[in-house]
Design a protein around this ligand. Structure first.
Ligand code: AVI
Length: 327
């Protein structure tokens, strides 16, 4: 028998700019136009997000900071209940200003661990590697720069202890509920019995509080949204005119979905290179979801993705929770 070799065309590896272009065009050609909120975070977007976190209307950061500042001892106790040594892996570590309270507590109390911060930004990781060991004397750390799941696999090869994953900042809210479920299930599949996940959730509260957090009076959240259009102009040779759009955040207290849109104020065309995109008057461009949860919805998410809830830590106002789940 003659075996005819089949040559598969290898899939071309796309550059970051090509992937960005493909994602933007896919979103702008969809019946409900959308952009992926992960693209908010270029250098300017990072600065604007830091400013959002300082805004008095954006309560989320302060609430979670309070949990870590005042309850790190309780969190550490819950992690070390059985005296089994663990390593900490933080997804999207950023500047680690909240987790540092937990890291310090563990170090001060001679609880051994290695900290593996994961971040998509190379800058973030090199800065953490420079600054954290000065702030937490004796800290053992290994920064990992890349996508969450790829780096989680690397961390899994480097660590032979129980794993404690941190996924803070209500980042889970930037997934819609089915995607959050898939994300948690995928995380669960990478973990072993006894491993833990600590996730930050913004809780449902008075609708006006939530809406104001995404519509600050200084206009920083507005600028944060518009920066994505400007980024597309800068990086993809496009001609978005931001004066033709209005920032329009919404909150549905029934579903807990806080969604940001940019509304086209008139019918007009936008060009991205050779491509023309038509906007009609009052057409909505969907930018981001920040899903809010009730405690029972969080418990259901844990259960459906294969985790067991062990502890919920709350800020003093009861607006935010960090939930500890076990595999
Ligand atoms: C990063 N993430 C949790 C923020 C949030 O609250 O959804 C992003 C943000 N968008 C506007 N303001 C803050």
């Amino acid at each position: 028998m003659t075996v005819i070799p089949i040559t598969l065309n290898p899939r071309p590896v796309l550059t970051a700019t090509e992937t960005f272009y493909n994602d933007v065009v896919r979103g702008l050609q969809a019946p409900q136009k959308y952009l992926d909120s992960k693209y908010f975070y270029d250098a300017k977007g990072d600065v604007l997000f830091q400013e959002i976190m300082q805004c008095h209307e954006y309560y989320l950061t302060g609430c979670e900071m309070e949990i870590f500042r005042t309850q790190s001892a309780k969190i550490a106790e819950a992690l070390y209940e059985l005296g089994e040594p663990f390593d900490i892996i933080e997804l999207g570590a950023g500047d680690a200003t909240k987790s540092i309270h937990l890291l310090k507590y563990l170090s001060d109390n001679d609880i051994p661990y290695t900290y593996y911060p994961i971040d998509i930004s190379e800058n973030v990781i090199s800065l953490l590697e420079k600054t954290l060991p000065q702030q937490v004397p004796g800290l053992k750390m290994h920064g990992l720069n890349g996508e969450y799941f790829d780096m989680l696999q690397v961390a899994g090869q480097l660590s032979n202890r129980k794993k404690v994953l941190l996924f803070m900042g209500a980042n889970i809210g930037n997934f819609n509920i089915p995607s959050a479920r898939k994300f948690c299930k995928d995380l669960r599949e990478m973990l072993l019995t006894g491993d833990m996940l600590l996730t930050g959730f913004d809780l449902k509260k008075h609708p006006q509080m939530i809406l104001s957090a995404y519509n600050d009076t200084a206009g920083i959240t507005r600028a944060f949204n518009f920066n994505l259009l400007e980024r597309i102009n800068r990086e993809l040779n496009a001609d978005f005119d931001i004066s033709r759009f209005e920032h329009f955040p919404t909150y549905d207290p029934g579903t807990g979905s806080c969604k940001s849109y940019l509304i086209s104020l008139e019918a007009h065309e936008v060009h991205i290179g050779d491509l023309t995109i038509m906007f009609s008057e009052h057409e909505a461009l969907y930018m981001e979801i920040s899903q809010k949860y009730s405690l029972s919805e969080i418990a259901q998410l844990a259960k459906l993705s294969g985790f067991e809830t062990t502890h919920n830590f709350f800020d003093s106002k009861g607006w935010f929770t960090d939930c500890l789940w076990e595999c």
